[in-house]
Design a protein around this ligand. Sequence first.
Ligand SMILES: Cc1cc2nc3c(=O)[nH]c(=O)nc-3n(C[C@H](O)[C@H](O)[C@H](O)COP(=O)(O)OP(=O)(O)OC[C@H]3O[C@@H](n4cnc5c(N)ncnc54)[C@H](O)[C@@H]3O)c2cc1C
Length: 595
Amino acid sequence: MHISSTRLFAAWTRPVRQFALVLTGAIALQGCEPGPPEIEADVLIIGAGIAGLSAALEASEAGATVTLLDMNSVGGGHAVQAGGLFMVDTPLQAVKGIEDSVDLAIADMQAWGEDADLAWLRRYVEASRPEVYDWLTRLGVEFALLMPAPGETSVPRFHFTRGTSVNVVVPMMRTALDRAGVRWRMNTEATGIGVAEDGTWEIAARNLRLGDTEQLKARSVVIATGGFEGNLERVRANWLPGVEQPKRLLNGAGRFATGSGLDLGAQAGAVLNRLNKQTIFVTGFPNPRDPSGEHGLLAMNPTAIFVDNSGRRFMNEDVPRKTLETTVLAMPGQSYWMIFDNKGRRRLQVRGAPWLDRDTLDSEILGNPEIVQRGDDIATLAAAAGLPPSELELTIAAYNAQVVLGEEDQFGRFSADIEEDKPPTLGEPPFYALRLYPMSRKSMGGLVIDADARVLNSAGAALAGLYAAGEATGVAGINGSHGGSGTFLGPSVFTGRIAGRTAARTALQDRPAGETSVPPAEPAPAGDGTLLDAAALDALLANSRPGYWHFEQAHALVREREWRCAECHGEQWPTRTAVTAQEKRAQLESCARCH
Ligand SMILES: Cc1cc2nc3c(=O)[nH]c(=O)nc-3n(C[C@H](O)[C@H](O)[C@H](O)COP(=O)(O)OP(=O)(O)OC[C@H]3O[C@@H](n4cnc5c(N)ncnc54)[C@H](O)[C@@H]3O)c2cc1C
C-alpha cells in the first residue's frame, strides 16, 4: 500500500497527530514504491443514523461504493427512539381531508422558529412530499397517523408510522443491505480527518471493540454524526442567549450524540454556526436506571397541574411547548412540580427508554420516592416534596373550585362555558408530585453547508469533497431558535439525500479513468453457528466491555423480560455479531420489539 505524505491541518488534535505518526510509520515500513492509493470507498459516511442512511442510499443508487461508519453496534441513530416527521401536502393529509400548502407551512414554521434559515426552510417544505414522504414510502415506510402539535401548525403535519421512527430507519437499512456497494463498519469511531496529497480524504478510525486504529481513504466524506445534546458540557458552553444556566440540566439525547462530528469538521477547516440554538425541553426528570443521575426521561400528563417552589400554579398547563419552555427557563430555579391524583396517575406518560412499560412505570417511577413524592392528602404530599403545605392546599382547592363551579381558569386553561375542555379535579388520593427539570434534546446549529450540502469554511468557501447532513448541521437551520415537532427527521433525510447525491457525483468525477467500483466482498461470519443460552449470555453480560453498549442494554432487557433467545436468534442469525447481509437482515426483524 502506498500512502503519500499527508497535508495536515493547523488544528490537529492529539489523536490525529498520532494518526499522522502511524501514517509516517506505514510509509517507512512499506518503502516508497509508488502505486495507486488504496481507496476504502468512493463515499465514506460517518454516522449511520437517518441522515447517514439517506446519504448512503442516494450515493449507492448513483453507482458509488459507500462505507457506513458508526461507533454504535447497530444503525439507525436517534430515530429509533424518535416519533414523527413534519411533512407538507402529503397523501396522508389528503386522506384525512386536510388541505395544506407550502406557503402556509413556511409561515407556520417561520412564526414558531422566529429566525429560521429561510432558503433551507423553503427548500425543505417544497421537497418534503416528493423527496421525503414519497421516497420513504417507496422504500416501504408506511405513514399511518397524524399527531397534533398544539399551537405549532395551522393544520396537522406531524406524520407517524405505527410506532417510533424505528419503522422509518429499518426499511432504509434493509434497502441498504440489498446494495452490493455498501459496506458497514460498526463499533468504529472516526477520530481524525485529513487530506492526502492525491486529494482524497483520510479518516482515522478506531475500532471500539478491538481498540485498534485504521486510516480509511475515500474520495468524498459525509459527516452525519448527529447533534451534540448528549454532551452537557457542550450544551452549557453554547447555552441559550439571555437565559440563565440551570443548576440541574438533564441529558435527553443519546449516548453517541457528543458532537464529535463538529470537531472533525473544525479540524478540516469548517466553520460552525447557530450553536446556541438548542431545543431544551422542560419536562424532564432523572432516569432511575442511570447511575450518574444525568440522563433524563420525559413526562406528560394532561390531567396534572404545575406548581412552582412556593406551591402556586404559575401558568396555563396546556400552552404550546415553546411557551412552556420559555416560561420555565425564565423562572427562578427553572424547576417545577407536576401534581396529579390517583385518577391522573393512569394518564401519566413517560418516554425515553425501551424498558418502560406499565409495570416498570409503577414500580420504578411512581413507586420511587427518589423521583415521585406521594401522599394520602395534600399536606402529606407537600411535606414529602418540600413544598409549603398550606399553600399547596389552597392552590388545589382554588383550582378544583374553578373546575367544579364552571368558572374561567385564572390562567386561561379552560373557559367558563365549554364543558368538554375541562380537565378533571384533583381529588382522589393518593396524590403525586413529580419534579421536572430542563433537559437537552436537539441541536439547531452545527456545520454550515451550502445548498449542495458541501461543508463551508469561515470564508464561505466549500471544502472540496466534504459534506454534512442531519443534526450535525443543526438540520441546516430550518428551525431557527425554536425546534418544531418532527422538524428534524424529515430535514435529516432531505439533507442526507442531497449530501449523498453530491458526494457521489464528485467522487465519480474524481475517480481515475478506467477504475471501476469494486463492491466490498461479503464479510465472513464472526464465529460458528453455536447457539448460546441464557447462562452463557449472563456470563457475557457480567462485565461491561467497550463497544458492547447496545448489546448490553438490549440483553439486560432480554433477561429482565425473560425472552427466549430463539425469539430473535436462529439459523439465519445465530447468537453472534451480525456481519453478513443475511444476518443483518435477520437482526433488523428484532428492532421494533424494543424500540
Ligand atoms: C428522544 C428523542 C426524540 C426525538 N423525537 C423526534 C421526533 O419525533 N421528530 C423529529 O423530527 N425529531 C425528533 N428527534 C430528533 C431526531 O431524532 C434527530 O434529530 C435525528 O434522528 C438526527 O439524525 P442524524 O442522522 O442526523 O443523527 P443521529 O441519529 O444522532 O445519528 C448519528 C450517528 O452517528 C454516530 N456517530 C456519532 N459520532 C460518531 C463518530 N465520531 N464516529 C462514528 N460514528 C459516530 C452515532 O452513533 C449515530 O448512529 C428526537 C430526538 C430525541 C433525542
